[in-house]
Design a protein around this ligand. Structure first.
Ligand SMILES: Nc1ncnc2c1ncn2[C@@H]1O[C@H](COP(=O)(O)OP(=O)(O)OP(=O)(O)O)[C@@H](O)[C@H]1O
Length: 235
């Protein structure tokens, strides 16, 4: 569904993405892992068109997305840290986004309900806790039934029950055939929701495999141990 071909991106002298080529298929949850600064968010932002690569291509359903805009309506994005106008009320933010996406008639309000966001509709965004802001971001990402979801450390800052709600939602959407990309540092969570793991190190793909294959190769039952083994072996 998404093909990344020879993607390169530098910020000044710092080469952040070094010739990345991968394919992500629909109906899968793919976790992008790797050390801080490895380039995970940059890859996500390239797919979203928020960062323009220096070279290479990104194709969605076979068509290049570079310098195009319409395809973005098919992607739901949950940023690592959601930034909203501080003075706007939760109700206004949700209303504003709905207004922009009038084209979508079947709005998915499940997370609004499960997170009881209606109870805080009259609070200002600037007054929300970090975790509550994350809930608003999650609700917005899933709201317009996108074919692709890009979730950047989605459960960081969420309490355990709210994180569980999000994981269930991710698995539910996968069943509908959506492609879900998640960056995460929490291996237990990756193990729970992902089918495949792409590991970036220093802007290159270290490995991209199914969880089953990673465990089999390393003879480990836990993903965190399997990954530690691979990283240590190849050092
Ligand atoms: N706008 C920017 N200008 C300059 N350098 C940037 C910019 N955005 C990212 N970088 C640098 O690019 C590198 C990759 O950043 P990126 O945010 O993609 O890493 P990450 O793998 O998502 O890290 P983390 O796990 O900490 O979220 C880092 O060294 C970062 O400092």
């Amino acid at each position: 569904m998404i093909a990344i071909e020879n993607l390169c991106k530098s910020y000044g002298k710092l080469q952040v993405l070094k010739n990345i080529s991968v394919r992500f298929e629909a109906g899968k949850v793919i976790s992008i892992i790797g050390p801080n600064g490895a380039g995970k968010t940059t890859v996500s932002k390239c797919i979203l068109g928020m960062v323009l690569p220096d070279s290479g291509d990104i194709k969605m359903k076979g068509e290049s997305v570079l310098n195009k805009y319409a395809y973005r309506s098919q992607i739901g994005y949950m940023p690592q840290i959601g930034r909203y106008p501080e003075n706007m009320k939760v109700r206004q933010v949700i209303g504003m986004v709905r207004d922009i996406r009038k084209d979508v008639s079947a709005v998915d309000e499940e997370l609004i309900g499960l997170y009881r966001l209606e109870d805080i509709y009259d609070k200002r965004m600037g007054a929300l806790s970090g975790g509550t802001k994350q809930k608003v971001s999650a609700a917005l990402a899933f709201m317009f039934n996108p074919r692709v979801l890009i979730l950047d450390e989605p459960t960081a800052g969420l309490d355990p029950i709210s994180a569980e709600i999000l994981k269930c939602k991710i698995l539910k959407e996968r069943k509908k055939g959506k492609l879900i990309l998640i960056t995460s540092h929490i291996m237990s969570e990756v193990e729970e929701v992902a089918d495949e793991v792409m590991c970036l190190v220093d802007g290159s793909v270290k490995f991209y495999e199914t969880i089953a294959s990673l465990k089999k190769q390393t003879n480990e039952e836990r993903l965190s141990k399997a990954i530690a083994k691979i990283m240590n072996e190849e050092d």
